[in-house]
Design a protein around this ligand. Structure first.
Ligand code: PLA
Length: 410
């Protein structure tokens, strides 16, 4: 007979460190000071710093209620209307590759789950092949490929001296990697730096990737948030596809439709023929089935109803411009406050040049810690602040905190 003991079977389980991004929200919640500000996670807030549910999302949900949508299981690949809408949003409504049936698309658990499915596919079909990741990158990329058993290495991306793109370094590292590697690129609004290649630089990146027979893996988590235009922000992906390149693209609707908690996104693999695409899709489904069986329906219906409905689609574009416009506004105000308060002549204009939800401030770990411990401003330790969580009225306070941390903490 088994004897109950108070020695746990799990005695050897160590405490995991808090997540570098989502852990910031936990620390923010625990702070009781009225001045506190959460600039950690990239989640859009209104000017009075409240979460925002898009009007088009509310309208789509009403339509779904009226139609009386059911809760049956979806097919493993997801909702058909969603898949049609998501590819069109990515590649344009009238693109050749979908007409030719060359895109394998499977609905994923938002951007993260879609990246994870793509990574599992790479591990299964190209075991041991490395993925090149930008330095720096979104913190979770490394976890995703680690857990999928895909080795990775880094390519140079950010140049701290110019606070810009280390384009020569980037190209050299992609060139130096073994032929046939996978190259992870942020489709737009690079996280955390807010620095994207120019159209001309995208062409040159594509040249090197083609020359080396590498395969691109685009992470498109911010379509619409870089320029405010959904089409313009997909131009990097469209450029590669127009060149006839086979690419992976992970999409997320967390930010652009504000569907963070719905976990809705997709993994797309653009293939050289419809025949290959069919086989790739069958294998993506085979990977998904034992992981989570099939995806949730609610977010997929929202996306299908917004993107697939010309009236709501136009309304979404305006709301998208409104959100990205608000972020551009706080960018300008923050820059103005920093420049006015800092008498040293330091050039803060990088705040204006960076795009998307974030600003990469250049604050180091100790300085970022000072931002939270002294000023109650929560941010990631790599010096990133989410401007999507900032209001015009808080810019001055933030500028004071940044200047204090930058000059008084080493
Ligand atoms: N890819 C990039 C580059 C991201 O920044 C994020 C989210 C994702 C994918 C995945 O988002 P999803 O799974 O919700 O679609 N990055 C956030 C949140 C906004 C996070 O870390 O999960 C961030 O604050 O960096």
């Amino acid at each position: 007979m088994a004897v109950a003991t108070n020695v746990s079977r799990f005695e050897g389980v160590k405490m995991a460190p808090p997540d570098p991004i989502l852990g910031v929200s936990e620390a923010f919640k625990a702070d009781t000071d009225d001045l506190k500000l959460n600039l950690g996670v990239g989640a859009y807030r209104t000017e009075d710093l409240r979460p925002y549910v898009l009007n088009v999302v509310k309208k789509a949900e009403n339509m779904m209620l009226e139609k009386g949508e059911n809760k049956e299981y979806l097919p493993i690949e997801g909702l058909a209307a969603f898949i049609k809408a998501t590819v069109e949003l990515l590649l344009g409504a009238d693109n050749d590759v979908t007409k030719q049936g060359r895109v394998a698309t499977v609905q994923g658990l938002s951007g993260t789950g879609s990246l994870r499915l793509g990574a599992a596919f790479i591990q299964r079909y190209f075991p041991g092949t490395q993925v090149l990741i930008s330095s720096p990158t979104w913190g979770n990329h490394k976890n995703i490929f680690n857990d999928a058993g895909v080795p990775w290495s880094e390519y140079r991306y950010y140049d701290s001296k110019t606070v810009g793109l280390d384009f020569e370094g980037m190209l050299a590292d992609i060139k130096a990697a073994p032929s046939g590697s996978f190259v992870l690129l942020h489709g737009c609004a690079h996280n955390p730096t807010g620095i994207d290649p120019t159209p001309d630089q995208w062409e040159k990146i594509a040249d090197v990737i083609q020359e080396k027979n590498h395969t691109t893996f685009f992470d498109v988590a911010y379509q619409g948030f870089a320029s405010g235009s959904l089409d313009e922000d997909a131009s990097s992906v469209r450029l590669f596809v127009a060149r006839g390149m086979e690419v992976f693209v992970a999409q997320s609707y967390s930010k652009n439709l504000g569907l963070y908690a719905e976990r809705i996104g997709a993994i797309n693999v653009v293939c050289s023929s419809s025949e290959v695409a069919n086989r790739v899709k069958s294998q993506l489904k085979r990977l998904a089935r034992p992981m989570y069986s099939n995806p949730p329906v609610h977010g997929a219906q929202i996306v299908a109803n917004v993107v697939g409905n010309p009236v709501l689609f136009d309304e979404w574009k305006s709301e998208m411009e409104l959100m990205s416009g608000r972020i551009k506004g706080v960018r300008q105000r923050l820059y103005a406050n920093l420049s006015a308060k800092d008498k040293s002549g330091k050039d803060w204009s990088f705040v204006l040049r960076q795009i998307g939800m974030f600003s990469f401030t250049g604050l180091n770990k100790a300085q970022s810690e000072n931002m939270s411990s002294k000023w109650h401003i929560y941010m990631t330790k790599d010096g990133r602040i989410s401007l999507a969580g900032l209001s015009l009225s808080k810019c001055e306070y933030l500028a004071d905190a940044i200047i204090d941390s930058y000059y008084n903490v080493s």
